[in-house]
Design a protein around this ligand. Structure first.
Ligand code: GBH
Length: 470
C-alpha cells in the first residue's frame, strides 16, 4: 500500500473575500451585509470591521508569492458579489472593475502555476439585496444568485475549473438568522435584535440557499461544462459528533447532531430528502421541496466539499435546535478533554475525529471529498509578539495530527479525497471575533500589513512535499 497521496492530489490554503481584502469602497464595490453588520461595533468582539482587513486587494501579488514559497498547488478564495454586481440583482449593472480585479488575480495565480479554487458565496451578500427584499429570506434571491454565478462563469470559466457555490450554508442560516451572531444579525433574542424569528427563518433561508446552489449548478452543467469542463459543488461545515457514552439516547443524540449540522443540507443534495430526525424535530417549520425542486437538488454537487475543525462529545438533553437539541462537550466521562484548546472556544484538536468523519460521510454520501477548510487558532496568539507568534507549536501539532489522519483515511480506510486546504493563508478578520483570533499560517501585522510566515506554513508545505507522489 502506498503511504503517499497520488500526484494529482490538490492542496493549498484558503481565504474569503471579506476576511482579507479590505478596500471596501474601491473600484465601485458597494457594501455587503458584513460591512453593515461589522460597522455596528456592538457586534464584533474588538469593535473592528473589514474595511482594511489584511489589505489583500492591494497586496494580492504578495499573497501569491507566499503561496509559491510554501509550495502550494492551489488557492481557495472567494469572490465578493458586491464587487461584481454592486447592487446584486439580475437586472443591475455588472461592474467591469470588479471583473478586472478577479481576472487579473486569476491570471497571476495561473502564471505562478497555482490552481484557482473559487467560492462564489462566502457570506458577503450585497446590502442592496438585503434592503430590496430581505436577502436570503426571499426566494427572489435564487434567481439573483444564479445570475451572479452566470456572470462569474462567463468571466472566469475559461480559467477556473473548480467552483464552490456556497461556503457553509449552516452558518449563513443559523448564525445569521438563528443566533444573530453573523450578518444580517436577525434573531428572536430581542437583546440582540429588534427583528427576526429564530424558530422559522433559518429553515426558510436554508431552503433558499439549497435552491440557489442547485440552480447555479444546473446552469453550469447545461451551459458551461460541456464546453469548458470543470467541477462544481457546495461546501458544508460540521464537527464530528461522538456519543458521550454508549447509552442509546446518546448514540441517537450524536446522529441527530450530524443530521442537523450536515444532513440538513447534505441529505437533500446527495440523497434527495431531508433527514427524518430534522422533520421530526421541526414538523411544519421545515419548508419542504416540491418534486420538481427535488429533481433539481438531488445530485447537484460533483463532490463533497467539507469544512471541518473539531469533534464534540454529544449527550441527549439540549435545547438548541440548530445542534439537534443535544449537549456538546469536549470533556469525556472520565473528566479528560479531547485535545488542545484553541483560542476559539468551539475548537479542540482531535485528529482521530477527522478520520472518523471522513469515513462516515464517504460511506453515507459516496462522493469524492474535497477538504476545503481545516485549521487552528492558537490560544492567546493575538497577545504575543510577532517573534513569539510565528513559532506556533500548537498549530503545527494540529496539522501534524490532522494530516496523518487524512493520509490514513485515504490509504487505510479507502476514502476518495481529492484535495485539502488549510484555513488560512493569512491571519484575517475572524467575523464576530474580529482580529484577536488568528487562524493564519502567516502572521499579519495589522499596523504595517507586513506578512511573516509562521512555523506551520513551512510545516504544511514540507508535509505535502513529502507525502504527495511526484
Ligand atoms: C469557517 O467556519 C469559516 O468558513 C471561515 O470563514 C472562518 O474564518 C473559519 O471557519 C474559522 O472560524 O458556537 O454555535 O456559534 C467554521 C465553522 C461553525 C465554526 C460554527 C464555529 C460555532 C458554532 N464554524 N462554529 S456556535
Amino acid at each position: 500500500m502506498s503511504s503517499k497521496l497520488s500526484n494529482d492530489f490538490i492542496w493549498g490554503f484558503a481565504t474569503a473575500s471579506y476576511q482579507i481584502e479590505g478596500s471596501a469602497t474601491a473600484d465601485g464595490r458597494s457594501p455587503s451585509i458584513w460591512d453593515t453588520f461589522s460597522h455596528d461595533t456592538s457586534k464584533i468582539a474588538d469593535g473592528s470591521n473589514g474595511d482594511i482587513a489584511a489589505d489583500s486587494y492591494n497586496k494580492y501579488k504578495e499573497d501569491i508569492e507566499l503561496l509559491k514559497k510554501y509550495g502550494a498547488k492551489s488557492y481557495r478564495f472567494s469572490i465578493s458579489w458586491s464587487r461584481i454586481i454592486p447592487l446584486g440583482g439580475r437586472n443591475d449593472p455588472v461592474n467591469p472593475k470588479g471583473i478586472e480585479f478577479y481576472s487579473n488575480f486569476i491570471d497571476e495565480l495561473l502564471k505562478n502555476g497555482i490552481i484557482p479554487f473559487v467560492t462564489l458565496y462566502h457570506w458577503d451578500l450585497p446590502q442592496a439585496l438585503e434592503d430590496r427584499y430581505g436577502g436570503w429570506l426571499n426566494d427572489e434571491i435564487v434567481l439573483d444568485f444564479e445570475h451572479y454565478a452566470k456572470v462569474c462563469f462567463e468571466s472566469f470559466g475559461d480559467r477556473v475549473k473548480h467552483w464552490l457555490t456556497h461556503n457553509e450554508p449552516w452558518c449563513v442560516a443559523v448564525l445569521g438568522y438563528g443566533h444573530g451572531a453573523h450578518a444580517p444579525g436577525r434573531t428572536s433574542d430581542r437583546a440582540k435584535s429588534d427583528v427576526g424569528d429564530s424558530t422559522t427563518e433559518p429553515w426558510i433561508v436554508g431552503r433558499n440557499l439549497i435552491l440557489s446552489h442547485a440552480r447555479a449548478v444546473k446552469l453550469y452543467r447545461d451551459e458551461f461544462k460541456p464546453k469548458i469542463g470543470g467541477q462544481i459543488g457546495i461546501t458544508l461545515n460540521t464537527s464530528w459528533a461522538i456519543p458521550w457514552d454508549s447509552t442509546p439516547e446518546n448514540i441517537d443524540a450524536a446522529q441527530r447532531a450530524m443530521d442537523t449540522s450536515m444532513g440538513w443540507f447534505a441529505d437533500p443534495i446527495y440523497l434527495g430528502h431531508y433527514p427524518e430526525s430534522l422533520k421530526a424535530m421541526l414538523g411544519d417549520r421545515l419548508p419542504d421541496f416540491t418534486p420538481e425542486e427535488i429533481e433539481l437538488v438531488k445530485g447537484s454537487s460533483d463532490f463533497f466539499g467539507l469544512n471541518t475543525y473539531t469533534t464534540n462529545l454529544v449527550k441527549a438533553g439540549g435545547t438548541n435546535e440548530f445542534d439537534g437539541n443535544v449537549i456538546k462537550t469536549f470533556v469525556r466521562p472520565d473528566g479528560t478533554s479531547l485535545g488542545t484548546q484553541a483560542q476559539s472556544p468551539w475548537l479542540q484538536a482531535y485528529p482521530d475525529g477527522f478520520r472518523q468523519l471522513l469515513g462516515y460521510l464517504y460511506k453515507r454520501y459516496g462522493s469524492p471529498v474535497h477538504v476545503t477548510e481545516n485549521g487552528f487558532s492558537v490560544k492567546d496568539e493575538g497577545k504575543k509578539s510577532i517573534e513569539e507568534a510565528i513559532h506556533d507549536t500548537d498549530r503545527v501539532e494540529y496539522y501534524d495530527g490532522y494530516l496523518r489522519a487524512l493520509l490514513s483515511a485515504v490509504n487505510e480506510d479507502g476514502v476518495d479525497i481529492r484535495s485539502y486546504f488549510a484555513w488560512s493563508l493569512l491571519d484575517n478578520f475572524e467575523w464576530q471575533d474580529g482580529y484577536v483570533t488568528r487562524f493564519g499560517v502567516t502572521y499579519v501585522d495589522y499596523e504595517t500589513q507586513k506578512r511573516y510566515p509562521k512555523d506551520s506554513a513551512h510545516f504544511v508545505g514540507k508535509w505535502f512535499k513529502e507525502h504527495v507522489e511526484e
